[in-house]
Design a protein around this ligand. Sequence first.
Ligand SMILES: CC(C)(COP(=O)(O)OP(=O)(O)OC[C@H]1O[C@@H](n2cnc3c(N)ncnc32)[C@H](O)[C@@H]1OP(=O)(O)O)[C@@H](O)C(=O)NCCC(=O)NCCS
Length: 139
Amino acid sequence: MNIEYVEATPDIQTYYELRDSVGWNNFCIEQTELALRDRKLFVLAKDCDKYVAMGSVVGDGMYYTIVDVVVRPEYQGKKIGATIVNKLVELIIKNIPEGGRTSIQLIAAPGKEEFYVKQGFDILPTKDSGAALRKIIYT
Ligand SMILES: CC(C)(COP(=O)(O)OP(=O)(O)OC[C@H]1O[C@@H](n2cnc3c(N)ncnc32)[C@H](O)[C@@H]1OP(=O)(O)O)[C@@H](O)C(=O)NCCC(=O)NCCS
């Protein structure tokens, strides 16, 4: 196995297939096409010609949210997820100006919290931050 990491946006089929591989529901085509067009940061992992993992970041330079971290089940447990998360963080850091700061958030899938703790994330609430909240809207 020779895993190569690339900073590139997946095509819609690859994106859907990677999410399908871990049992995640996909968003509709219209939303997905817009997201893939507008998202600035994606890291993909390839094994020869096959895309086996991805991770992505949504954000504006001050605040970032890590999303779509997926490793195909047969490739899990080989540090690919950790490498992708760390590459995303490195790309974010490159964009912080001297004297700046940024906050990187994410919502862990159930049971995946410790994976992110191992990459240096804190579980909220902390001494300085309250709990994370969210609202999901269906139309
Ligand atoms: C979660 C996921 C991205 C992890 O990727 P991975 O490539 O399998 O994990 P890695 O091999 O990079 O693991 C890195 C470290 O995290 C640990 N780890 C991985 N998953 C973990 C879990 N669920 N709980 C605790 N620790 C975990 C590993 O043991 C390893 O520890 P080490 O550095 O001490 O050896 C992957 O399992 C996955 O795609 N799962 C399904 C989709 C998902 O839930 N994505 C996360 C959405 S928030």
